[in-house]
Design a protein around this ligand. Sequence first.
Ligand code: FES
Length: 153
Amino acid sequence: MPNLEEILEKYPFVQRDNLIPVLQDIQDEFGYLSEEAIVKVGKYLNLPTVKIYGLATFYHHFRFIAKGKYHIKICNGTSCHVNSNILIINELEKKLGIKDEEITKDGLFSLEETTCMAACGEGPVMAVNDKYFTHLTIEKVAEIIDSYKSMEE
Ligand code: FES
């Protein structure tokens, strides 16, 4: 696994205008853009960290918190919304004790509300890491979370 310096060394001529590939590489490697990474990028480029945050937050696919061992994406697109995804989101928040863009204290679960996950006919939809779950109900979501929790006992 390369460290942050190795990633930065791949971009000797990077400036603010072509910073996105660098941030993308860092996120691909570490799963998110940590404060430490943003500060290091700022020092490397001689740019204020606030400018880097400003740029990164403009693009919604950048994350600023770590992912849990089980990263849950819950669709908040229009079709899933019509299919009462709010009940599923509420259940997830209740079961996990976290909200969107948060991670549980034990690092096991993180939650992310996303735009359409391209399974509109099967909503509400969520994914745990790369595994999709469709036609969700409150009961089904509770069972799914319990099954992941039980794997850790
Ligand atoms: S709106 Fe949820 S999968 Fe498309």
